[in-house]
Design a protein around this ligand. Sequence first.
Ligand code: CMP
Length: 137
Amino acid sequence: MERTLSIIKPNAVKKNVIGEIIGRFEKNGLRIAAMKKIWMTKEEAKGFYVVHKERPFYNDLTNFMSEGPVVVMILEGENAILKNREIMGATNPANAAPGTIRKDFAENVERNAVHGSDAPETAAFEIAYFFSALEIM
Ligand code: CMP
C-alpha cells in the first residue's frame, strides 16, 4: 500500500473535468484517502514547487498554479506513485500515450492538467504540504 499526492491543475478545473479525472483514478484501482479544493497563493505554489526554484519555468509555473482553484488529493493503492504516473501520461502532453489524462486534457507541458508525486520522498513532502493527519482517512 502506497500513497501519492495528486493535483488537478487550474486548467483542468476550469474545463469542468474533475469528476472525469477522479473516475480514471478509481477505475484503475486507486482510492481517494483525502481531497479538497483550494486556491493557492503565488507563495504557496512557490513553496510546493521549491524543488524547481532554479528552473527557467519556475515563475511561469507558479503563476499558473495560483491562477485559479485546484483539487489536491491523496491517492492510495498498490504502487500508487507509479500507477498514478501511468494514468497521467508523460509530463509533456505531446509525448503522452493515448487514453492518458494529459493526452486528453493538457494544453502544453506547463498547463498539463495534473500533477503527481514522482517518488516516495516527494510524496511524503507533498502530502504533508497540504494535509494534516486528521484530514487523511
Ligand atoms: P508537474 O508534474 O506538476 O511537475 C513540475 C511541473 O513543471 C510539470 O508538471 C510541468 O507542469 C512543469 N514543467 C516541467 N518542464 C517544463 C518545461 N520545460 N516548461 C514549462 N513547464 C515545465
